[in-house]
Design a protein around this ligand. Structure first.
Ligand code: KG4
Ligand code: ZN
Length: 361
């Protein structure tokens, strides 16, 4: 079964064709990083406007890359929750239009379930990942930090989640504060090269024995550390701009950027890796998976590999399936289709949406 997936939940416009839930025939992603970098983060209204013009060329490119026409597709899947509603509506309405005009089945997908499913994706010339259940998945993105226990592709239990900022948000806020720009995760990873991860002490909130996370103390701590290096900002105030430009803080030349970035990154990585491992031990899981944009982080991958016991299968998706993409949506949709869980053309977009399958609205 070939599914066309569409993903527009944040600033990306993405489309992909995936066969039988796993084999990626195409994966096209149009990014707006340059547009949002000027403002220091995603401006929802600008994102949705850009997606309106990008969506049809991106779908056409995904079909062409898969050497398909729309008639070769068996179902149309789209992210309808959670995310920026203006952005979600672009993808949802495009998918509905394709489904209505072709008479193909329509499937709505939870973005977070898509991220988890990215672990099973592969190209036709690559082996299918063998990931025995029960699975613990550390889902770490710009808006979510969750530890999930999966006993099958349909049974998710939420074991822990952030009580304040998401891990990706901690990277993004730290990056802004250090003047490294958007998106923050890759910027901090680059800046930390050669830095000493033990140079500065950042909090590592363990929240006792719980599997929950807290990252909000980190940025306050970083603010205190950099304050000492901050120079007065006498640039005139920006007036009249509907979407003001982001102006990074100005620091003295001796700001120890690499050490600060490395220490900040190490604090996030250590908490994520140690909690994920404790969850594996507590549940007896046979696989540990990473998912979401922060799963692209090199230090996190290294740390998890270092501390995972040998009898556990550790896996993370290739980079292109960690950050937002539509292959993961088409992949997840296949499991829903097999259970007959099709949507209809009254399906709406929702800013929120819990991952636990039984609770989806
Ligand atoms: O999954 P994603 O693309 O979008 C959401 O669903 O939120 O995740 C985006 C997040 C951003 O916070 C970004 O800074 C972070 O993933 N990210 C990284 C890296 N690449 C992306 N964080 C740490 N290290 C990276 N290499
Ligand atoms: Zn995402």
């Amino acid at each position: 079964m070939r599914i066309l997936g569409i993903e527009t939940s944040c600033d990306e416009t993405a489309a992909a064709v995936v066969e039988d839930g796993e084999v990626v025939l195409s994966n096209v992603i149009s990014s707006q990083i340059a547009l949002h970098r000027v403002h220091g983060g995603v401006v929802p209204e600008l994102a949705a406007r850009g997606q309106i013009t990008a969506i049809l060329p991106v779908v056409e490119a995904a079909l062409a890359e898969a050497a398909c026409e729309i008639n070769d597709i068996d179902a149309i899947a789209v992210t309808n929750r959670p995310g920026l509603v203006g952005s979600l509506l672009v993808g949802v309405n495009a998918a509905k239009a394709f489904a209505w005009s072709t008479g193909k089945p329509f499937i709505s997908v939870n973005h977070l379930e898509g991220h988890v499913h990215a672990n099973w994706l592969h190209r036709a010339n690559e082996p299918a990942p063998d990931l025995p259940f029960p699975v613990v998945c550390l889902l770490v993105s710009g808006g979510h930090t969750e530890l999930l226990l999966m006993t099958s592709h349909h049974d998710y239990a939420l074991l822990g989640q952030t009580i304040d900022d998401a891990a990706g948000e901690a990277f993004d806020k730290g990056s802004r504060l250090l003047g490294l720009g958007y998106p923050g995760g890759p910027a901090i990873q680059r800046a930390s090269e050669g830095g000493d991860p033990a140079a500065f002490a950042f909090p590592r909130s363990q929240l006792g024995d719980s599997f929950d996370f807290s990252f909000s103390g980190l940025k306050t701590s970083l603010l205190r550390q950099v304050d000492h290096y901050r120079l007065p900002d006498d640039r005139p105030k920006q007036t009249g701009a509907i979407f003001p430009e982001h102006r990074p803080p100005i620091y003295r030349d001796d700001l120890p950027l690499a050490d600060l970035a490395a220490s900040y990154e190490a604090a996030i990585v250590e908490v994520l890796a140690s909690k994920a491992m404790r969850t594996v031990e507590a549940t007896g899981a046979r696989s540990l998976l990473l998912a979401g944009g922060v799963a692209a982080n090199r230090k996190l991958r290294e740390r998890i590999s270092d501390i995972a016991p040998e009898d556990i299968t550790v896996h993370w998706p290739p980079f292109e399936y960690c950050t937002d993409n539509a292959a993961m949506i088409a992949g997840r949709a296949w499991h829903l289709a097999r259970r007959g869980e099709f949507g209809d053309l009254t399906t709406d977009a929702f800013p929120k949406g819990a991952i636990a399958h039984a609770n989806n609205t």
